[in-house]
Design a protein around this ligand. Structure first.
Ligand code: C2E
Ligand code: CA
Ligand code: CA
Ligand code: CA
Length: 275
């Protein structure tokens, strides 16, 4: 028993080592990836459920490392935050996204994510606005996606940043709605334009009556407050039909398209609308 115990400890230690090693590798390669513009935005279509037309794209960061392979943003964004690389990375992605979006049909929206950690920084609003100025992208066609925790963990700074952006005509979307713990009155005090219903509710629509009730409640609430709604993670026609029947305005998900490189957008726009 003693021997077995020791070898499982050793196994655990070697697992830890690989974990720590990989993390160190990611951190090191992240620096050089940012320095060489190796992390780029891909774009997932935002689809109006009234006629299934593409009305814009959400930028999603993609990093394919030659040694480490594909590293998801859920992994490298937190590391970028801990190592103070996030501002440089985010500014770079945003500049690239604005330049890409300048080539899209002029009515299209660009949706861009900022994380809770980024919202602690009072310079965020002015940095985003200055990149809009430099690239000439119209602030009225920009939507900034923020999560609940981003708002309630930094109420004052978040309010300042949001006010600066809204004054310039930028819209604010609440990302992953339904997963946080903020009260409704807390959220409404921020003057949001849109609610994005978290994928976890959309994906359970066909199995769980509870999810149906939650989705209908969110849609009713949003309508009452004059907010538009985007359903995240729409993967099949049944979900789409349910969302449409209950007044959801926009959808996003693999049913329409995953995130694609900028160069593939013209081809995608040629085979429209979805039916
Ligand atoms: P998010 O903002 O909630 O983005 C939606 C995620 O759901 C994306 O994952 C997208 O690829 C995925 N998705 C979209 N449709 C479907 C579907 O039908 N089914 C399934 N299973 N998944 C779907 P991704 O690209 O891995 O991004 C994960 C998270 O990383 C994002 O969640 C966002 O919080 C963060 N992120 C991505 N890019 C950026 C960025 O440029 N800046 C910041 N701060 N965060 C980013
Ligand atoms: Ca998002
Ligand atoms: Ca989301
Ligand atoms: Ca998310």
């Amino acid at each position: 028993a003693k021997a077995a115990g020791r070898s499982s400890v050793r196994f655990f230690e070697s697992e830890m080592d690989t974990h720590v090693e990989r993390r160190i590798q990611i951190e090191r390669d992240l620096r050089s990836a940012i320095a060489s513009n190796g992390i780029v935005p891909y774009y997932q279509p935002l689809v109006s459920l009234d006629g299934n037309r593409i009305i814009g794209f959400e930028a999603l960061a993609r990093w394919e490392d030659s040694d480490l392979g594909f590293i998801p943003p859920d992994v490298f964004i937190p590391i970028a935050e801990e190592t103070c690389l996030i501002n440089g990375l985010s500014d770079q992605l945003f500049r690239r996204a604005c330049l890409d979006a300048n080539t899209w049909p002029t009515t299209f929206v660009l949706a861009f994510n900022v994380s809770p950690v980024q919202l602690r920084d009072p310079t965020l609003g002015l940095r985003l606005l200055s990149i809009l100025g430099q690239t000439g992208f119209n602030p009225r066609h920009l939507e900034i996606e923020i999560t609940e925790s981003g708002l309630v963990e930094n109420i004052e700074v978040a309010q300042t940043v949001i006010d600066q952006l809204r004054q310039a005509g930028v819209r604010i979307a609440l990302d992953d709605f339904g997963t946080g713990y903020a009260t409704l009155s807390q959220l409404l005090s921020f003057h949001l334009d849109k609610i994005k219903i978290d994928r976890s509710f959309v994906s359970r629509l066909d199995q769980s009556e509870e999810s149906q009730v939650i989705v209908r409640a969110i849609l009713g609430l949003a309508k009452g407050f004059g907010l538009t709604t985007t359903a995240e993670g729409v993967e099949d026609a049944g979900q789409l039909a349910y969302l449409k029947a209950n007044g959801c305005t926009e959808g996003q998900g693999y049913l329409f398209s995953k995130a694609i490189p900028a160069a593939d957008i013209p081809t995608l726009l040629h085979r429209l609308p979805y039916d």
